[in-house]
Design a protein around this ligand. Structure first.
Ligand code: GUE
Length: 285
């Protein structure tokens, strides 16, 4: 068994991001700017947003925090996000998931301008991932793909089993694996014989949201744990699989840091692209 260190790969990516953020500032006189939107006071979400903002600051990215009360309506949230979408000082927008149940999350996500969707949560970004067109990857799926790449995991023709089908994790990571010529199976809460299917996988991506749910794999399988349950517990029973997997991500120190690295990298890319467009407009008059 060998560990896949998200911490190490994320550090390398963020070094590059920091350089690019600095170049952006030299060029435009301002830092790239990420707006983080949080609705309500869920303690885990408060912590994640804080982590993302701290990591942004360290990389030379300014962050703006829009903290809305739990009673915010869909209309109010859409209005706030639309404002950020139109604000020329904002390069990227992150709406922390989950939002309170009474809010139409899809409507809120779709208020994010595609050019600022650095967290890859809109239908536009999903379609780009599904069609292998340029665009922003969902942060966690994008991070998982970069981790597999860094450890030179061969995906072509291999059986990848994704456990979970959420719109910002299971579904998009399945699309990205497919684009790399993996044979992809998506399992979920209604799947029959789930354990049997998982045991046929060369690569397992656990994205179910159930602590230590994956307890057995094929010997030598590559195991990616995208779970983030309370107390830093993943969806994979690490102790049970450590001796059996070929490569495995720890929690913490695996997918989590990669998610943030991708968010920051894509924020600088969004900023740079917008500055390029402004320059182009000036040249063309
Ligand atoms: N729109 C949206 N985009 C997200 O990307 C998103 C979200 N909503 N909602 C919540 C989940 C969760 N998430 C994590 C990111 C980093 C760590 C992370 O870096 N964790 C550290 C440990 C945490 C610690 O050090 O305390 C690690 O795994 O090493 C975990 C979880 C992003 N999410």
């Amino acid at each position: 068994m060998a560990l896949m260190s998200g911490t190490d790969v994320a550090r390398e990516i963020t070094e590059q991001t920091t350089k690019r953020a600095h170049e952006f500032e030299q060029r435009t006189g301002r830092k790239p700017c990420l707006a983080a939107v949080l609705v309500g006071e869920d303690p885990a979400s408060v912590t994640y947003v804080k982590m993302k903002r701290n990591r942004s600051a360290k990389a030379g990215i300014e962050s703006r925090f829009v903290h809305l009360p739990a009673e915010t309506t869909t209309e109010q949230l859409v209005a706030e996000i639309t404002k950020l979408s139109r604000d020329p000082g904002v390069d990227g927008i992150l709406l922390q998931h989950p939002v309170p149940h009474h809010i139409d999350e899809r409507a809120a996500f779709e208020a994010i301008a595609p050019s600022k969707d650095v967290d890859g949560v809109t239908m536009h970004s999903f379609a780009a991932m599904a069609f292998s067109e340029p665009g922003f990857a969902s942060a966690t799926p994008g991070g998982i793909m970069r981790l597999l790449e860094a450890y030179e995991v061969d995906l072509k023709g291999k059986h990848a089993v994704v456990v979970g089908r959420s719109p910002i994790l299971g579904k998009p990571v399945a699309m990205l694996l497919l684009a790399k010529d993996a044979t992809v199976t998506i399992c979920h809460s209604r799947t029959e014989n789930l354990g049997e299917i998982v045991r046929t996988a060369d690569i397992v991506v656990a994205a179910v949201g159930k602590p230590r749910f994956i307890t057995d794999v094929k010997p030598g399988a590559v195991v990616i744990d995208a779970g983030y349950n309370e107390g830093n517990v993943g969806d994979v029973d690490f102790d049970k699989l450590a001796g059996k997997a070929g490569l495995i991500t720890p929690v913490p120190g695996g997918v989590g840091p990669m998610t943030i690295a991708l968010l920051l990298e894509q924020t600088v890319s969004a900023a740079t692209r917008r500055a390029d467009l402004v320059d182009e407009r000036e040249i063309l008059g």
